[in-house]
Each structure stands twice: as structure tokens, then as C-alpha cells.
Design a protein around this ligand. Sequence first.
Ligand code: ADP
Length: 666
Amino acid sequence: MFSKLLIANRGEIACRIMRTARRLGLRTVAVYSEADAHALHVQAADEAYLIGPAPAAESYLRAQAILEVARRAGADAVHPGYGFLSENADFADACAAAGIAFVGPPPAAIRAMGGKSAAKALLGAAGVPLVPGYHGDDQSDTRLAAEAAEIGFPVLIKASAGGGGKGMRVVETAGGFADALAGARREAMAAFGDDVVLVEKYLTRPRHVEIQVLADAHGTVLHLFERDCSIQRRHQKVLEEAPAPGLDHATRRAMGEAAVAAAMAVGYVNAGTCEFLLDEDGRFYFMEMNTRLQVEHAVTEYITGLDLVEWQLRIAAGEPLSFGQDRLAVDGHAIEVRIYAEDPARNFLPSTGTLRHLSLPAEGLHLRLDTGVARGDAITIHYDPMIAKLIVWDRDRAAAVTRLRRALEETHILGVASNLDFLSAIARHPAFAAADLDTRFIDRNADALLPHARPATDEILALATLGILADRRRRSAEAAERSGDPYSPWHLASGWRLNDEAQEHLTFRDAGEEVHVVVHYRRDGSFRLNLPGGALTATAEIGEDGRLDAELDGVRRRATVVRHGLDLAVLTHGGTHRLSLIDPIAEAEAVEAAGGRLTAPMPGKIVSVLVDAGQVVEKGTPMIVLEAMKMEHTVVAPTDGTVTAVPFAAGEQVEEGVELIGFQPV
Ligand code: ADP
């Protein structure tokens, strides 16, 4: 075994790899960018080295700089994690040349599986079933269009170098092909520096089922069963589970064998994953092989009891697998959700900002959390916006689903948009409980899954109000203590008046509506709250961290109320409800500041401008396409109106918050 491991990655995966390395007695070396100087993975390592500025191209992708650190630190192995250099065969070669073990497959296997097109050609010849399609060298527009017509619509255009759903377009009809091709190529070029595409039949209701493979350097190739990753948005996974619900033994075995055959065809060694589409008729087709550890490997670890990173290290150190296929069995059911800083209501646009609040459920036998961030950390445009992976396990799927629901109820995030409520909605959806899965699950159930601005219940309004009142009372009690005259009436936050019971009016903005709450301060320290649905009597205490203990008409309730200026978030087991207090002056300023402006939600590059100044547009008309975080985002007209200015041209770089299009609503 090695003695010192350099982890050429960041975030949750770097932390996760270090955990196993430490358990095995290896010393750990982290590398980090300027943006990550205080990151968890840096704190977790025995040694850490700065390798460059925030952009990945200037830090985590600098193979030579990383190898230089490995030499200086005396590391004898490098684990690349996933993303970054993990599927870079040149990096694997360079490691070998430097006499450092690369914890991954041989460079030749990475190359063989590196392009989706070439991998398909190779595996098709080895008898692995493929989706009907064209993955040839002729990349002319006419050839690709002709192949699409031959395959029959709908078709899918994919970047051959693709990953993460980037550079992928579904095309429904021949008429839409040219535009989709241009978009896929653009996105592929931006993300991978390579715009070779393939075209294949678009299956309309497949499941994504993938097989985890483990191969040692002594010729043993095993599979560790499957994962169902059908719950996807933008062709990217958000929830994965193992085993795949309802998969019969024969199909499981056939898929396992196909994956092992694919691995053998390229001389594969180490952990890898063969991704398949499983069609409604039970037929399955190879999509691609990922020659690295997958984000969702944790569900396989739960059901097999194996530590995949441990086996990656053992295999890289030349150890043989100590068990055979017949020794492997599926134990229970595991589900993972990926908690992202992204806004489901805005087509899952990544969200950047500081994690002002992060509460996660406690880990244990049934629950695992992999994260690389802590409260106060920033989610930036430079890296993947994943905040954490939450993984649950139980004896069967139904019990695991119940655990997932509960764990999501206990998770709260403020400061960036997150997909938490969306994940909760999936976990609660009857179609999910019934395992009615396919890759269009989210599209099909979008109405039920996407957040609807639901009005606050009286209970939420009461908790919000009590959060404000109790906080005020706590602060004045502290001030009184400090002042030396704790009994002065000026420190009372009870709305104290000489004769009367005092009252106060609070106005909230909730889901676009104004809501009023009248507070009566009672002499015994309790409050009488007049809420839209009636009145109730309440008491409350709040801690510095916003934890509120309230009693509403004799019923005890717990919540967390977090306040940021005029914005409030009420965190309960029902989820997070956001409200804002109305302060008429601040209000007027905000409206003026935002008036009719269409601004860049994050820094990015203009891809194309689709309207001209003076043009009259209907609500929903695409106006400008922005590329940020390697994805394209289309800004559409928010209402019917007129374009008054087009300040940018394609190719220009824009900062967050700048006005992208002058727009006058009608
Ligand atoms: P990436 O490498 O970008 O993740 P994949 O080739 O792995 O791309 O595909 C990602 C997802 O896109 C799949 O899980 C599936 O949901 C969808 N997909 C890919 N190919 C097809 C197809 N031929 N028909 C239908 N859906 C597909």
C-alpha cells in the first residue's frame, strides 16, 4: 500500500477520499486554489499546497503543477476524484512517467472510452448492444442531418467528449435540427474544447441504469450491481438509488455481464461504471463508460458494504480482489440525493452566494452525508454548485424512502437558492414511492415537483412574527444586562404602555401578496396574534442561532427563524418558507432599482442576441443567450413589451447584475 496520497480535487469528493486514506493509514496531501484557501478539504488534509487562482484551468486542471506538488510532498499516489483530471489520459501518463501511481485505470483504457463515439464503435464490435445511431467521423452538417433523418425523429445530439449533460440536444423534428446542432457544438466547444457530436435515436421512456465495475491488475473483473439514476434534470442526475427497483434477475445478470465484457474489451483496471439505457421493453443499450469514481458511488457502497475508494487504492497498489462475484450480494436499499445550489424555478440555474445557514441531519448507520462546504463558505461560479450528497439506507426501498423524506425535512439552507424543496417533492411524490421511474420523471411530474408560491399558513406567519418579537426581547434583555440597570422600563420590549395593552401592526410580503398581522402585547408576557385565519395566544423564546421554541394556543412548536435585513426564512419540517417584512421606504427603493431590468444572474459570456432594439416581443420570446458555468441560459421576455436597448453583442463577457437587454413592458 502507498504511504502518502495526493488528492487532485476539491470539495466533497476530496474530503471523502481523505476519509478512507486516513483510515488506511495514508498521509494526505491536498491541493487548492486561491478561492479554496479555507475550504474543508484543505483543513482535512495533513498537508496542503496552493496551486493557482480560482479558475479550474489555472489551478485544479494544471497537471504539471499538481505533479510538482506530488514530488515536493513525496506522495507516491495521486487520486483524481471525479471531474477535473480524472479522465485525462495524458495526466495518467505523466503520473506514471514521474513514478507516481495514478489511482485509476490504465491510460489506454481511458483513451478507449474517452470519446463516446469511439467507445461505441469499439464496443459495438465487441457485441455490446448500442442505441441505433451515427458516431462516425464525417461531421458535416449535411451528413449529420441525413443520419438523423435515417435514424428517425426524435433524435438526440450528443457531444462525443460530453459529460454532465452538456452539449446535448433533443431534436423532435427535422426542422429543428440545424439550430440544435449549432447549440450542441457551441456548448461542447465551451465545455470540452471539442465539438465532435454523435446522433442517436432518442428513446422516449428509458431508465438510466448503470453498472459499477471493479477490476484488478490480475485479470479479475467483477460488477457490483446496478444503480438507477433515472431521476434527472437537464439530463443530469439528481437522485440515484441501488438496487434498481423492479429489475429482474435475468436483466441484472445480463447487464452485469455486458459491463464486465465492456471493461475486458479495453483492458480495464480499477473502478469504473458502464452506463446503460434500459428501455420499456426490457432491452438495454450501452451509453458510455466512465473511467473513474462516480458521484453516486456511495449507494453502491451502502448495498455492498465495500469501500470503493479503499479498493481503488488497493488495486492501484497491485493488490488482487479478495472476493469473487459469487461472494457479492445486495443488502437493503440506498438512495442518494444531490443537494445543489440551483433554482428549480429558473430551469435549475446554478446559484452563487454565501451559505448563510446550513443545517444537515445527523449521520449514522442509516444516513451518510458527503459534503465539502460549511456554513459561511461561498458557492462560486468557478466550480460545481453541489452543496452535499445525502445518502440513506434501509432494509427495503419503502423504508429508505421514508428515511429520505425525514432527512430532507431536517436539512435547511439559506444564502443561495437550493433544490431542497424540489428533492423533498420528489421524495414525497406517489410516482416515486411507486418506483414509476424513467429519465423524464421530472418533466412528466414537473407541475407537482416545481415550487409553487404557496401562501404562508397562519402557523408560519405566527412563527415568523414570534421570531421577530422574541428576538427583539432577547436583544433588549441582553442590552439591559449590559447597561447596569436591568429594571429600567426603557429596556422592556413588551410594547409597554402606561395604561393600555399595546399593539403593533406587522406587514409581510408573502408570495407576492401583502399579509397583515396585529400583535397585542399582554401583561403576562404572552402575545395575542391576529392572523388572517383568526387570533391565537402565543409565547416564544429564541436562541442566538434562530432556534425558536413557541407555544401556539397551548401547542408547542419548534422552528428556526433566520432573519437577514427585511428577509425572513421560517425553517420547519414542512420546508423553508420565505417572507419579507415590508418597510415602505426600503420597498420603494428596491422597486425603483429593479424596475423592468433584465440582468445577468451571474457572470458569463453572451452566446447570441436574438432580438433587435425597437423590436416588439411577446411574453416568453427568447431574447438573449448567456453562457455561465458552462451551461447556456436563455433570457426570455417577462411580459409582452418592447426591446429598448441591446447593449451587448455575442462573445462579450458580462458581470453579474448588469442589464442584458433594455426592456419596456407594455
Ligand atoms: P453525459 O455524459 O453528458 O452525462 P450521457 O450519454 O451519460 O451524457 O447521457 C446522459 C443522460 O441523457 C442519460 O442518463 C439519459 O437520461 C439521456 N440520454 C442519453 N442518451 C439517450 C437516448 N439515446 N435516448 C434517451 N435519453 C438519452
